[in-house]
Design a protein around this ligand. Structure first.
Ligand code: UFG
Length: 329
């Protein structure tokens, strides 16, 4: 299938592009390279740097490239920044996504795969999180993703759009052949930061809060390999064959790891000791978030290949230690 991957040069998007090629599909990438990396996408793949909110540009690409399905990964994803600059998040994550959908409908492209997030649940009433739980985001980032989810439901009804929205837990890891990996600027995610400390690029790793009501006092998260996430995006294609269908899936391994356990995993994999500094809680961090992904497993046949944080860290370590400056751009 001919697939437009919006945000295809970003972390999850670029891994999905590779999975699409491996599965025999033909990806076309749109990425304005604000956060994406040109080197994360193979040179032979058609690449456009237009903004997803430019309806005319998107219509032209959709029609000239004969696109059948759109995957949308492009978003600002810094939770803290979204609290400080909500307009930036509403503009890019919500309004620009509506423009992309407008372009699709104008060109008769009615299959859509959307990157949503566990941040749409806010602080869940119980764990693990199932898709039917109430969604009550506690920051504008999560709210903009939920707003798109709701728009998709309305468009399925009004225009026969078929869509899948994947609510990711903590995406992590790198391609197993060491070709691409995680390179955010600034980096805020735990695993790459601990790896930077192990590589001597940072003096220490700060643990944000050691007084949570969790077994070792630090936050619990569900780390899921970026290639496992990507595979779900392709496994859902059959579901989108029926016009007007919409589905939502949690994507996580279901196994929570504490911040301390992640640090230990990096120490074990790297063979390096990391200096830990315990600091105050980071605002807006829920104590524990982990998924019940049985819906994706039963409906899509989705299977997690990287079933421990150590296996995920091994792939991340391989990439970061070989590319200490990331993509170098
Ligand atoms: N953490 C530290 N020290 C650090 C960085 C992180 O202790 O230097 C802790 C955090 O407090 C948290 C855990 O490590 O408990 C994981 O933090 P990340 O920043 O790696 O990931 P988050 O769980 O905050 O964020 C993820 C996604 C977001 C999504 C959010 C929903 O990256 O896109 O889950 O809660 F919005």
């Amino acid at each position: 299938m001919k697939v437009l991957v919006v945000g295809g040069a970003g972390y999850i998007g670029s891994h999905c592009v590779r999975q699409l090629v491996a599965a025999g599909h033909e990806p076309v990438v749109v990425d304005n390279l604000v956060f994406g990396h040109r080197k994360a996408v193979a040179p032979e793949i058609p690449f456009y740097t237009d903004h997803l909110g430019n309806v005319d540009a998107m219509r032209k690409i959709l029609s000239e490239e004969k696109i059948e399905l759109v995957m949308h990964f492009a978003a600002f994803a810094y939770v803290g920044e979204s609290v400080e600059k909500p307009l930036k998040y509403y503009d890019n994550n919500f309004i620009a996504t509506l423009r992309l959908l407008e372009a699709m409908l104008a060109e008769g492209v009615k299959k859509f795969v959307f990157s949503s997030t566990c941040a749409t649940y806010g602080v869940p009433p119980s764990l693990p999180i199932v898709e039917t739980m109430p969604q009550a985001p506690i920051n504008p980032y999560g709210q903009t993703k939920l707003d798109v989810e709701n728009a998709l439901k309305a468009l399925a009804h009004s225009d026969g759009l078929s869509f899948a929205a994947f609510r990711y837990f903590n995406a992590a890891g790198a391609a197993t052949d060491g070709s691409i990996g995680e390179d955010h600027n600034p980096e805020t995610h735990l695993i790459p930061l601990v790896i930077d400390a192990a590589l001597g690029k940072r003096e220490n790793i700060k643990i944000f809060g050691t007084d949570y009501d969790t077994p070792d006092g630090t936050c619990l998260r569900d780390y899921v390999h970026v290639d496992d996430l990507s595979r779900a995006h392709i496994a859902v294609f059959d579901k989108l064959a029926t016009p007007g269908t919409g589905c939502f899936y949690n994507l996580g391994t279901g196994t929570p790891y504490s911040v301390r356990e992640v640090i230990e995993a990096v120490e074990k994999v790297s063979g390096k000791q990391v200096k830990i500094v315990e600091v105050e809680r980071r605002a807006g961090d829920p104590p524990a978030l982990y998924a019940d992904s049985s819906k994706a497993k039963s409906e899509l046949g989705w299977k997690v290949e990287f079933d421990s944080v150590e296996k995920i860290v091994e792939t991340a370590w391989a990439w970061h230690s070989a590319h200490p400056d990331g993509f170098g751009d």
